[in-house]
Design a protein around this ligand. Structure first.
Ligand code: IPM
Ligand code: MG
Length: 358
């Protein structure tokens, strides 16, 4: 079976963490007889430096043709003062929009060996296993009008929060389907006491929910959700929410695991899917061989699960990560309770070794 992968290392620690993820991907492809073809292409700041734009048309085209895309991270201080159109983040938004990746899955599981890694008390995070289903191609990130202009003599910045019913329907369906494979609870998060888009969100999610009587639907306001994630995170199974709320809540949820360096993601749509660690480019530690590659490696597990329908390979990776952590190995981001702190490369090797013996 041939699989064409586009690898977009991007900026900062992106290259280091995807290099480790690639080792595991190549190893498992061999084990399960995939004929893997990997193309490494520029994106983000790296693309701006080399080509003057964050995403070349050819690169977008290659992603469309691929069976899956693995992305490292984009962004860094070097490009912070660029105009919006030639900022690294623009590449990410363009990929999400152009590939139609409306369904962003961010699983958050507290692994037993990391019970003490979270700033929250172990009894609070006990049993946390939740999935953030974030709408990824609408809302404030993309709504028009958008921009800074002069209105009545005052400089004014505008973003537009807009959702159509079909946009809400398809992400709600994705969340209910995901919940069916899990503990059958969807918590839909909005700000329906204030926002019109949220009122439509709540109404539409309730309507779709009626088709899934086996799934319990709860509605929660976003400010309350931010609090509940700290107070009692184990109450959540699937959290369904719009783009901006999902961005914020998923970073918050990441800290339940002890480090954002643990969180993988899958962005799914109707065509090629994209996989990326949730953490950013971390320019402060880039190139130092100290970034945690586990989120990138776990993203490869999601690739096997969602793009290739190969649950065994996904499970192999997740089991190997767990074993490495049980052996006491950590990266610097979780070094507080490490028996041994590994470099990026050493952590990749440790996961590979454990995958081989899985
Ligand atoms: C994320 C990131 C991105 C986002 C940035 C890098 C544009 O924070 O994937 O959560 O805001 O969506
Ligand atoms: Mg974010």
């Amino acid at each position: 079976m041939e699989k064409n992968i586009v690898l977009l290392p991007g900026d900062g620690i992106g290259a280091e963490v995807t290099r480790e993820a690639r080792k595991i991907l190549e190893y498992l492809a061999e084990r399960y007889h995939f004929d893997l073809k990997i193309r490494v292409l520029p994106v983000g700041g790296a693309s701006i430096d080399a080509h003057g734009v964050p995403l070349l048309d050819e690169v977008l085209h290659s992603c469309r043709q691929a069976d899956a895309v693995l992305l490292g991270a984009v962004g860094g201080p070097k490009w912070d003062n660029h105009p919006p159109e030639i900022r690294p983040e623009k590449a990410l938004l363009a990929l999400r929009k152009e590939l139609g990746l409306y369904n962003n899955l961010r699983p958050v599981r507290v692994l037993p060996p990391l019970r003490d890694a979270s700033p929250l008390r172990p009894e609070v995070i006990e049993g946390v296993d939740l999935l953030v289903v974030r709408e990824l191609t609408g809302g404030l990130y993309f709504g028009q009008p958008k921009g800074i202009s002069v209105e009545n003599g005052q400089e004014t910045g505008v973003d537009t929060l807009r959702y159509s019913a079909p946009e809400i329907e398809r992400i709600a369906i994705a969340a209910f389907r995901a919940a069916r494979q899990r503990r059958q609870i969807v918590t839909s998060v909005d700000k329906a006491n204030i926002l019109a888009s949220s009122q439509l969100w709540r109404k539409t999610v309730s309507r779709i929910g009626a088709d899934y009587p086996d799934v319990e639907l709860r509605h929660m306001l976003v400010d309350n959700c931010a609090m509940q994630l700290i107070r009692d995170p184990a109450q959540f199974d699937v959290i369904l929410t719009e783009n901006m709320f999902g961005d914020i809540l998923s970073d918050e949820a990441a800290m339940l695991t002890g480090s954002i360096g643990m969180l993988p993601s899958a962005s799914l749509g109707d065509g090629t899917a994209m996989y990326e660690p949730v953490h950013g480019s971390a320019p402060d530690i880039a190139g130092k061989d100290m970034a945690n590659p586990l989120a990138a490696i776990a993203s490869v597990a999601l690739m096997f699960r969602y793009s290739f329908g190969h649950e065994q390979a996904a499970a192999d990776i997740e089991a190997a990560i767990l074993r490495v952590l049980e052996q006491g190995y950590r990266c610097a981001d979780m070094s507080r309770q490490a028996r041994q702190v590994l470099s990026t490369r050493e952590m990749g090797d440790a996961v590979l070794k454990n995958t081989e013996t899985c």
